[in-house]
Ligand binder design. Structure first.
Ligand SMILES: [Zn+2]
Length: 430
């Protein structure tokens, strides 16, 4: 990993946004991090007995019975200090989502029986990261924070480009910590109800491009991969099914589990888009052969394509794999309005995906399901689509028609989509 300074320092405007956001949210830590009091080490000792056995530890649900009755739990880590002026992966993204949720009355303030916000979050520890990332990368990034403090912002060479500021390391630990805490919450709730809340980690920086030895493509740590390993070792959930519907291939997650038969990684992405990996014949190696499924979709693929992919590929794959938990790399950059790609998902497509995945988790793994925010760079389509995903988790009707404009859509390349689906089904004996 090589680091060099940016010609531009982080903006004063960004600092003002950071202060305003923290004041509005009532956060206390001086760097804007939301810190919890529970030791994750203590939780590890307490809950490492394997899932399915008797409940022997004090759980989140015992402390908060409301959690088991809720339909949605979410955690927020906006990484306000990790920002580069005019960069699409900006510190405006998570606040835009939270503001939309507030406007649409999808927050605990108005829906306290149904929606819970994770109250406190302990950042991931370096040990948590080392189950996915190399020590050289983690300590190298930590050391680079001094340079970032001095220069304001640095770029990490060969990473796609990924930037870092003085707060990137700590804020990335918080993002990963939110994902792990949400795994705790849904697992705890699933011990006492067959309908645990569906969880959503509204976090950044995103994670699915981060490879074991470094950051990549705006991603710093592999949040979903770290949570997958955490679910296995802390909760004894052996089999993890990861669905990645971001418009880009989740190459970092792919690489972390390419030879692992217990973690199924299924990625849909736009054919030929960044970073160019995720060809249909990349299916895993050694013991992991067959537990990676890559399905590149032709440019222009939209709602019909994705609904067909769900029915013909995602659902049968998950049913055959029999997971203990489903984790989702939820990227909203496949939306037709997103500036970084050329698929034609709509807000309605994201509603259908959220609803179908929630149902799949209910059928297959006691409802245990956590969504992780990845991409999504048009703030409006991003926030409306996340809000409609919340409605899907709540079991309420979609309001996508208030946002989606069918007049901007063009014909999907369904013949090519069908060919790709048939090839994936053939390669994976579906
Ligand atoms: Zn993406």
């Amino acid at each position: 990993m090589e680091l060099h300074p940016s010609p531009r320092a982080s903006s004063l405007a960004g600092n003002a946004v950071l202060r305003g956001w923290n004041l509005a949210r009532g956060l206390q830590n001086r760097a804007g991090f939301r810190l919890g009091s529970e030791s994750r080490g203590a939780r590890r000792r307490c809950c490492s007995l394997g899932f399915g056995g008797p409940v022997r530890c004090s759980s989140e649900t015992e402390k908060n019975p409301q959690l088991a009755a809720a339909r949605v739990i979410y955690g927020v880590a906006p990484a306000m200090g990790h920002n580069q002026e005019s960069h699409p992966e900006s510190h405006f993204r998570v606040p835009a989502i939270v503001t939309a949720l507030e406007k649409m009355e999808l927050t605990p303030k108005v829906r306290s029986d149904d929606i819970v916000e994770l109250p406190t979050v302990k950042p991931a520890s370096v040990d948590d990261l080392l189950h996915v990332h190399t020590r050289a990368y983690v300590s190298g990034l930590e050391k680079a924070m001094d340079k970032a403090s001095e220069k304001g912002i640095i770029f990490i060479e060969g990473s796609g480009p990924t930037y870092a500021t003085a707060t990137t390391f700590q804020e990335s630990l918080v993002a990963a910590g939110v994902g792990m805490a949400l795994v705790d919450s849904v697992v705890d709730a699933s011990r006492i109800t067959q309908n645990p809340p569906t969880a959503f980690a509204l976090i950044r920086p995103p994670g699915h491009h981060a490879i074991p030895k470094g950051p990549m493509g705006f991603c710093v740590f592999g949040n979903i991969a770290i949570a997958a390993r955490y679910a296995q070792r802390v909760h004894g959930l052996k089999r993890v099914f990861i669905i990645d519907f971001d418009v880009h291939h989740g190459n970092g997650t792919n690489d972390a589990f390419y030879d692992d038969p217990d973690i199924f990684f299924l990625s849909t992405h736009q054919d030929g888009s960044y970073p160019g990996t995720g060809k249909i014949d990349e299916i895993g190696v050694a013991n992991g052969e067959g537990t990676t499924l890559n399905l590149p979709l032709p440019g222009g693929s939209g709602d019909v394509a994705m609904r067909t992919v769900f029915d013909e590929v995602i659902a049968p794959c998950a049913q055959r794999f029999k997971p203990d938990i489903i984790l989702v790399s939820a990227g909203y950059d496949a939306h037709v309005l997103d500036p970084l790609a050329s698929l034609q998902f709509t807000t309605g497509t994201y509603y259908a995906l959220a609803s179908n995945i929630k149902q799949l988790a209910k059928e297959l793994c006691g409802g245990r399901c956590v969504f992780f925010l990845e991409g999504g760079y048009n703030l409006q389509s991003l926030s409306y689509s996340v809000a409609d995903s919340f409605r899907a988790f709540l079991g309420e009707p979609s309001l996508a028609s208030k946002f989606d404009d069918p007049a901007i859509l063009y014909e999907e390349p369904l013949a090519k989509v069908k060919q790709a689906i048939q090839k994936a089904k053939h390669l994976h004996s579906l």
